[in-house]
Ligand binder design. Structure first.
Ligand SMILES: [Ca+2]
Length: 494
């Protein structure tokens, strides 16, 4: 109520009309109030109620409009009908009883609103275990930490369902010197396996996705061949390392494999960090670095990359060929042969920060080598990449591609080449591409004004200059974007 009161009499007037309109519609029985907010202004009874509404500004009085039952009260801040007025549920009587009477699905009174759940009541479960305090409703988890908060026994969020993983679907690996692991362990926390490969036979062929949870990695790991495992979730919350392979570190290749790898540091292979030749792979929140060839290389494998740091690989950071790819919120930098190569693949690339990639190479940041289908390039920041003379340091478009709400900049160019068209973007030079609508004129604004992290400085021309249509709800950091989204991966926060 405080917020609405602060908005002043004009807004209260709207609330009055809303209450009166609902009441009149119900009374008439015809549902014929087609005129909306102003239609009932002449109703003397409702105007009389408006006097009560004016009192809402007084401390402790939350009544905001006439009603005959709870169903007349559509404002979530005044959801129940008390003494003929819609009111907050915590004013008079037992608020929980009032709310349950109105809607058994929202039976709790919390801060004046009727809600499905409260954090204190711990009444969310299953695939919606988290009570969202803003919405007052149960939702799926979005982090492992949230599973801790709701008292999950495993502390692992199931990204497929939104639920926290059931203990029965966990297989533990703990190779710490002080641990109690065994090569013939059971995978329970009381008898974990020492190494990942020892745990794999217990999950192979499972109809449901089992979780192999790594607390501490044992002996220095060489490589992990996961082809033919089936559905598997491989998780660590301690950034356990997998590295030093003489080939690829993680290999996936079975057409029915669905492998999710979450939270690891995957590094120092002589070949690829992660290689997938079939099925599907999801990489979440991993660091993939310093491998001798490509960081993530896939062929005919469905790929989802979210929240990864992919850097300092000798080859390209990410090479995807032939199957749909989703790349969101990744930081991809300092890879020797370029940042991201998408070849003959439908793709969605959103909120990625791509910098310092390439050298004497055919491209720097992105190479979009693709037959048009689904192609979304939105809200990416691609800066300070390198390429051979005449090649695009930013984005190379082999076919027509739209770059939207993005920043492409750098000291060497051309920044774009081929058939790129920019919309609502900052492109640091005017050559090598077509201009759609909404772009920033770089002769007027010679710099996008980025911090070292590539977020936006105060006063950047990219602030509030993106297209709201199709903009992602969140930015690189997971912070919500406002109604006037910024160009690039970051939404500016003062
Ligand atoms: Ca903004």
């Amino acid at each position: 109520m405080k917020i609405k009161i602060a908005l002043g009499l004009g807004f209260l007037g709207v609330l009055v009309a809303l209450g009166a309109s609902a009441c009149d519609t119900k009374d008439s029985g015809a549902g014929a109030d087609a005129n909306g907010l102003g239609a009932d202004a002449g109703d003397a009874t409702d105007v009389g109620d408006a006097g009560d509404v004016g009192d809402a500004g007084d401390a402790g009085d939350a009544e905001v409009g006439g009603c005959t039952d709870h169903g007349d009260c559509s404002d979530p801040e005044a959801p129940v009908c008390v003494d003929g007025n819609c009111a907050a549920c915590d004013g008079e009587g037992d608020g929980d009883v009032l709310c349950a009477d109105k809607d058994p699905g929202r039976p709790w009174c919390e801060a004046g609103r009727c809600v499905e759940c409260t954090v204190a009541e711990d009444d969310c479960s299953g695939t919606t275990p988290v009570c969202d305090p803003v919405a007052g409703s149960c939702r799926g988890c979005v982090s492992h930490h949230e599973c801790d908060e709701v008292g999950s026994a495993t502390g692992v969020c199931d990204w497929d369902t939104g639920g926290c993983v059931d203990p029965a679907d966990m297989v533990y690996v703990d190779g710490s010197a002080t641990g109690n692991c065994s090569t013939i362990g059971t995978g329970l926390t009381s008898a974990p396996f020492c190494e990942i490969f020892e745990a794999l036979p217990t999950v192979m062929g499972s109809a449901t996705r089992k979780t192999v949870f790594v607390t501490t990695m044992g002996a220095p790991y060489i490589s992990l061949e996961l082809t033919g495992i089936g559905v598997l979730r491989l998780v660590t919350r301690t950034a356990a390392e997998i590295g030093y392979s003489t080939g690829n570190i993680i290999g996936i290749g079975g057409s029915t494999d669905e492998i999710l790898v979450d939270g690891f540091e995957i590094h120092s292979a002589s070949a690829q960090g992660v290689s997938c030749g079939g099925g599907a792979v999801t990489l979440l929140n991993n660091t993939i670095r310093n491998n001798g060839n490509v960081g993530v290389a896939t062929l005919a494998c469905q790929v989802t990359l979210i929240g990864n740091l992919i850097h300092s690989n000798a080859g390209v950071g990410v090479t995807i060929t032939g199957e749909p790819a989703i790349l969101e919120n990744n930081e991809i930098h300092s890879n020797g042969r370029g940042g991201v190569h998408l070849y003959d693949s439908n793709f969605t690339a959103i909120n990625n920060v791509v910098y310092g990639n390439g050298g004497s190479t055919l491209f720097g940041g992105f190479h979009l080598a693709y037959t048009p289908g689904v192609a979304v390039f939105h809200s990416n920041t691609v800066v300070d990449n390198f390429a051979m003379s005449g090649a695009a340091t930013g984005v190379k478009c082999d076919q027509p591609h739209d770059l939207v709400n993005s920043i492409v900049d750098g000291a060497t160019g051309p920044l774009l080449s081929g058939d790129c068209t920019a919309y609502f973007s900052y492109i640091g030079d005017e050559s090598g591409h077509a201009d759609g609508t909404g772009n920033i004129d770089t002769s007027v604004f010679p710099s996008p004004m980025l911090n070292i992290s590539h977020s936006l400085q105060a006063g950047s021309p990219c602030i509030d200059s993106g297209d709201p249509v199709g903009a992602p709800a969140y930015d690189f950091d997971g912070d919500p974007r406002d109604a006037a989204p910024d160009m690039g991966a970051y939404e500016y926060a003062p």
